[in-house]
Design a protein around this ligand. Structure first.
Ligand code: ZN
Length: 420
């Protein structure tokens, strides 16, 4: 390879060429037949075949560019999909073709190797946007739940070693722009322009190519962990326990004690194991939306602002401090979140492990029944996270005992920076 690039001249993608891919292979989103819907072609190996905006892999497209820059990756490389097919069958479910039900992922994304085998054989670079595999999880808290006799090994879902057998699914975002705009109560034109401007003009096609209505955004993916029989997800007779979790690297991975993220996540896993052992299914949907989708830098700035304010970190000013730094209290906007639940075929959640009204409202508003909401058990709230949990309860987050008294909020204080 003399040049890391595909060809010697630069091709602008901002204006359609004659006989363009969107004319040959338009995306008919939500068509019941995937052949009629058409493949999502976001590959950059052959620009003439592309019928969507953006590139595969979300933010990892940038690392691919670095690998090519380092001459470590041939830009024309195509994946060999042999033996990569799903380890479990998910769908097709009726929700996949209900108009407006799923707008932020490609429901056929895990089946492209099979559905579009002919097109792939003819040379079109069609890539899966969903992968399904199997694994075992092992977390010290689950071993703790076993020693405390809250969980018992059954050799199928939970093993003596504390291992949990799971099906795990990775889902890259695929946005159908008219549908995403509708979820946010804006026009497609406004949405396209805002996406274009807020990415510093990264994707000119957003404003110049109305013929392309699908966008592969450079954001993180969703991971789903399923405990129990995956085929039970669409069966109304089977109970479903579910936690929809938004990423918090500090707590989820490193056990940082300023929030309740990891304890609530593990509680969701424990409840999921129990449901699966009783013949139901447990689902953890993990969204890469670090720091309320504001990012970790903003999150850490907020921590400092909270702890340095007069009087120290306090539940009374918890949301205010976030807004001071970020301009908004929360940017997760759960409008797109239920898509993954519809993709799984879920119509009812028997136990939802979440106190968030935003999540609850989004799920119920999308047509999924929620039977019971399960708050985090008080014993699982870490010491420095009392500020967060009391602020959330006072702001109306769901609790079984009702909202706490706002006048007590001043009393709830976090650790100061000198005593970290
Ligand atoms: Zn957290």
């Amino acid at each position: 390879m003399n040049s890391p690039n595909r060809s010697t001249h630069i091709r602008l993608t901002s204006h359609p060429e004659p006989n363009t891919a969107t004319a040959r292979r338009p995306v008919a989103w939500a068509a019941g037949d995937p052949k009629a819907r058409g493949p999502i072609v976001g590959s950059v190996t052959n620009p003439a075949d592309r019928n969507v905006i953006g590139a595969h892999g979300g933010s990892y497209a940038l690392y691919r560019a670095l690998a090519i820059s380092a001459r470590a990756l041939n830009p024309l490389t195509r994946p060999d999909l042999h033996n990569t097919h799903p380890t479990a069958t998910i769908g097709p479910h009726p929700q996949w073709s209900e108009p407006g039900k799923i707008v932020s992922l490609d429901p056929w994304g895990h089946m492209v190797g099979e559905i579009y085998a002919e097109e792939i054989a003819s040379g079109i670079d069609i890539r899966p946007t969903i992968a399904i595999t199997k694994a075992r999880l092992n977390m010290p808290e689950i071993l703790g739940a076993m020693s405390a006799k809250r969980l018992k090994a059954d050799g199928v879902v939970l093993h003596e070693t504390g291992d949990i057998s799971v099906t795990k699914v990775a889902i890259d975002p695929v946005w159908y722009l008219p549908g995403v705009a509708a979820r946010f109560g804006t026009s497609e034109g406004e949405l396209r322009r805002t996406l274009f401007e807020q990415t510093g003009g990264m994707f000119p096609e957003l404003v110049t190519r109305p013929d392309m209505n699908v966008f592969l955004p450079p954001i993180g993916n969703i991971t789903v962990y399923i405990m129990g029989d995956v085929t039970g997800l669409g069966d109304p007779k089977r109970r479903i326990a579910c936690r929809v979790h938004d990423e918090c690297n500090g707590s989820d991975v490193f056990g940082s004690d300023i929030c309740t993220c990891r304890p609530y996540l593990v509680h969701g896993i424990e409840e999921s194991v129990r449901e699966a052992q009783n013949g139901g299914v447990g689902v953890i949907a993990y969204n890469r939306k670090e720091g309320r989708a504001l990012g970790e830098v903003t999150k850490f700035l907020v921590y400092n602002a909270r702890k340095r304010q007069e009087g120290g970190d306090s539940a009374a000013t918890y949301f205010e401090r976030t807004e001071c730094v970020a301009g908004v209290q929360d940017a997760r906007f759960q409008q797109l979140m239920p898509d993954v639940l519809h993709w799984l075929g879920i119509r009812r959640i028997d136990r939802l492990m979440s106190m968030s009204n935003m999540k609850y409202d989004a799920i119920v508003g999308s047509g999924i029944e929620v039977v019971e909401r399960v708050p985090i058990p008080p014993g699982l709230v870490p010491p420095d996270a009392q500020v967060e949990i009391e602020a959330k309860k006072a702001a109306g987050y769901y609790t079984s005992e009702g909202p706490s008294d706002a006048s007590d909020l001043d009393q709830v204080k976090g650790r100061d920076l000198e005593r970290f």
